[in-house]
Ligand binder design. Structure first.
Ligand code: ADP
Ligand code: MG
Length: 361
C-alpha cells in the first residue's frame, strides 16, 4: 500500500461541464515521496491539488488515500496540510498564535500546544519571533511561519502550491533547501506545484509534467531531462536546439535522420514518427562540441559563428547552419572556451546519445 499512498485514478475535472481542465489524470504517489506537478500557467496543477484537498469536486474518476476513497470526506477530515504562494497567515494573531491555531481546532490541551509551537518555531528557525505579528516579518519569514503552520498538526500529506513564487531568487533557493530538510526530517508525503523547472528538478523525487490538463510525462528528474518523451517536455525542462529533418531509418535504438540541409546524423530513437516522415532532432546546448577534434562525438554539422554572450560561469555561442537555422551552444567558461571570428565557418559535433529523435509536435 505504501507505494500507492495517494492515488489519482482517471480523474477528470470540468468547471463548466464542457471544457475539461484536467483530462484523464492518473498518478500513484508513494508514502513519503516528494512529487511535483510542473507545467505552464493554466495547465491544471492547482485544480489537482484542490481536488485532493477537498475544495473542488472531482467531475469523474476517483482519488484514494491509503486505499480509502476520499471523494466524499470533508476537507477538514482529510488531515492534509497546505501552503500557498500568499501566506494566508492571520494578520491579527501573533506568529505563535498562528501556529497554535490548527492545534486549538483539533482540541489539543494547552500545555501540549505550547510545547509543539516551541518545537515548530525552532524547526523553522524562528524561535525568537513567536510574539511578532505577520506584518512585522519579511516575506521569507512569513513563508516559514506558513510552512510551520501547515506541518504542526503532523499531517501525512502536505500540498504546496507555488509556495516560493513571491520570493526573490536567493531566498527561493534557500527555502527550497529548507523545505527539503523538513521533508526528510518529518517524512510527510509532499505534493508540490510549480511552473519553475529548476525548482522542480532540484526538489523532486518525481515530476509530472502537465500541458493543458494532460500529463505529458511523469518520471524522476534525470530521466525527464535526459530522456524527455516528447518535444513539449524536452523544451519545458531546460533549453534545447531543434533541428528539423526526415527520418530515413530506425535501427534498434538508433534513428537515422536527414537534416534539412542534407546532413545525415544518427540520434537516439525516443518517440519517432514513421520512416519518411518529418522528425525533430533535439540537442541540448551543453552537449555540443565546437570544432571537429572529438572522434567520439560522431555527428557533425557545419556552422557559421554569429556571436557569443558572456554569462559568467558559462558562455553562449550562437551559430547559423546552412539552412539558416539557429543553434545555441553553451560552454563552461574555462580555458577550453574557443575564440572564434564572426562569420568563421566551424563544425559542431555531438554524440548519438545526446541527440534525441522526436516526433514533430
Ligand atoms: P494552474 O494551477 O496549472 O495554473 P489551474 O488548475 O489553476 O491551473 O487552472 C486550470 C484551468 O481551469 C484554467 O483554464 C483556469 O482558468 C480554470 N479554472 C481554475 N479554477 C477555476 C474555477 N474556480 N472556475 C472556473 N475555471 C477555473
Ligand atoms: Mg496554479
Amino acid at each position: 500500500m505504501d507505494s500507492r499512498y495517494v492515488q489519482f485514478k482517471n480523474v477528470k475535472k470540468s468547471y463548466d461541464r464542457h471544457n475539461f481542465v484536467v483530462k484523464d489524470f492518473s498518478l500513484d504517489i508513494a508514502k513519503g515521496e516528494f512529487v511535483t506537478l510542473l507545467g505552464p500557467s493554466g495547465s491544471g496543477k492547482t485544480t489537482c491539488l484542490m481536488m485532493l484537498a477537498g475544495f473542488e469536486d472531482v467531475t469523474s474518476g476517483a482519488i484514494e488515500v491509503n486505499g480509502q476513497l476520499i471523494t466524499h470526506v470533508a476537507p477538514y477530515n482529510r488531515n492534509i496540510g497546505m501552503v500557498f504562494q500568499h501566506y494566508a497567515l492571520f494578520p491579527h494573531m501573533t506568529v505563535a498564535e498562528n501556529l497554535a491555531y490548527p492545534l486549538h481546532v483539533r482540541k489539543m490541551p494547552k500545555e501540549k500546544i505550547k510545547a509543539k509551537v516551541h518545537e515548530f518555531l525552532s524547526l523553522v528557525e524562528l524561535e525568537y519571533f513567536g510574539n511578532r505579528y505577520p506584518g512585522q516579518l519579511s516575506g521569507g519569514q512569513k513563508q516559514r511561519v506558513a510552512l510551520a503552520r501547515s506541518l504542526i498538526f503532523e499531517p501525512s500529506i502536505v500540498l504546496m502550491d507555488e509556495p516560493l513564487g513571491a520570493l526573490d531568487k536567493n531566498l527561493r533557493e534557500q527555502m527550497q533547501f529548507e523545505i527539503k530538510r523538513l521533508h526528510e526530517q518529518l517524512g510527510f508525503t509532499a505534493i508540490y506545484v510549480t511552473h519553475d523547472q529548476t525548482e522542480a528538478l532540484t526538489m523532486s523525487d518525481r515530476i509530472a509534467v502537465f500541458e493543458d490538463g494532460v500529463v505529458q510525462q511523469c518520471a524522476d528528474p534525470s530521466t525527464l531531462y535526459e530522456r524527455p518523451a516528447n518535444a513539449f517536455v524536452a523544451d519545458f525542462l531546460g533549453e534545447n536546439n531543434h533541428l528539423p529533418g526526415t527520418l530515413t531509418k530506425v535501427d534498434g535504438e538508433h534513428a537515422h535522420i536527414e537534416l534539412s540541409d542534407g546532413t545525415e546524423v544518427v540520434a537516439t530513437a525516443i518517440n519517432c514518427p514513421d520512416v519518411g516522415e518529418p522528425c525533430l532532432l533535439a540537442v541540448r546546448p551543453e552537449n555540443f562540441f565546437i570544432g571537429d577534434k572529438d572522434e567520439v562525438k560522431s555527428n557533425q554539422v557545419l556552422a557559421t559563428f554569429v556571436t557569443r554572450l558572456y554569462v559568467g560561469d558559462f558562455i553562449r555561442y550562437f551559430f547559423k547552419l546552412d539552412d539558416d537555422r539557429d543553434v545555441m551552444v553553451k560552454l563552461l567558461n574555462d580555458q577550453q572556451a574557443p575564440t572564434l571570428q564572426v562569420g568563421e565557418l566551424t563544425s559542431l559535433t555531438w554524440s548519438i546519445s545526446d541527440g534525441l529523435a522526436l516526433d514533430q509536435p
